[in-house]
Design a binder for this molecule. Structure first.
Ligand code: GRF
Length: 222
């Protein structure tokens, strides 16, 4: 796993993979920042962690490649890793490197996606796990989770609501990949045995059947 900071998604994955029934094993945590709070989670789970500074994309890529090769890593998970990776490294790990982003991609890539979502006035926000391509926050979408935006939301409240579903979505997605059920076909993802949710959601929901006092019927022209 590659992190740069808080590491709450790392912690969620470590907790999920600590269950013997989970098919993935986390073998290595890499941070580009020695101060990353998430490194403590790796330590508390007894997982090897390494700080690889990032003087340049190429230097970081060469050191990471050698470390991941030594540890026989099969999948790289980016979780709050705040650097753009060397495009050669990304291509070398094509369809073997995933990222989680706190928006419903392709909407709101890049920095401050929750702020972008609120500024756009969307009724739903969420998060996306996708395979990584050289462009920022781009690549075949594997899984998404949706949350509503609520009246009075600010960036902090929306971010917290999205983070709650990130912690469920990332372990689920890694499970599907580790089970060999996720395939990239023509740059789109197909998942074996996928059960699609049948629910739709409205936001706002339909109003109550009995109109509140003072409502009048609004003529609607077609
Ligand atoms: C998460 O919101 C993730 O989607 C984004 O960066 C944040 C990292 O949070 N890429 P954490 O370090 O996992 O707590």
């Amino acid at each position: 796993m590659l992190i740069s900071g808080r590491g709450s998604n790392l912690r969620a994955l470590l907790a999920a993979c600590a269950d013997a029934a989970h098919p993935a094993e986390i073998v290595s945590v890499v941070s580009d920042r020695a101060e990353a709070a998430g490194l403590a989670f790796a330590q508390s789970f007894g997982i090897s962690s390494t700080v690889i500074p990032h003087p340049s994309r190429q230097t970081f890529a060469a050191k990471a490649e050698s470390l991941l090769g030594d540890q026989r890593v099969q999948l790289i998970c980016l979780a709050g890793f705040m650097r753009v990776l060397d495009s050669g490294f990304v291509e070398a790990w094509r369809d073997r490197m995933v990222n989680i982003h706190p928006s419903l991609l392709p909407a709101f890539p890049g920095l401050y996606p929750q702020r972008q979502a609120l500024a756009a006035g969307v009724r739903f926000a969420g998060c996306t796990v996708h395979f990584v391509r050289p462009e920022v926050d781009a690549g075949p979408i594997i899984a998404q989770a949706v949350v509503p935006t609520l009246p009075g939301d600010d960036e902090a409240s929306l971010s917290a609501r999205i983070l709650g579903v990130e912690h469920r979505l990332y372990p689920l997605t890694v499970r599907l990949i580790a089970e060999g059920r996720v395939h990239v076909i023509a740059d789109k993802v197909e998942i074996d045995g996928w059960r699609a949710p049948r629910l739709s959601a409205l936001n706002p929901r339909a109003p109550p059947r009995k109109p509140a006092i003072g409502w009048s019927r609004t003529p609607v022209g077609v």
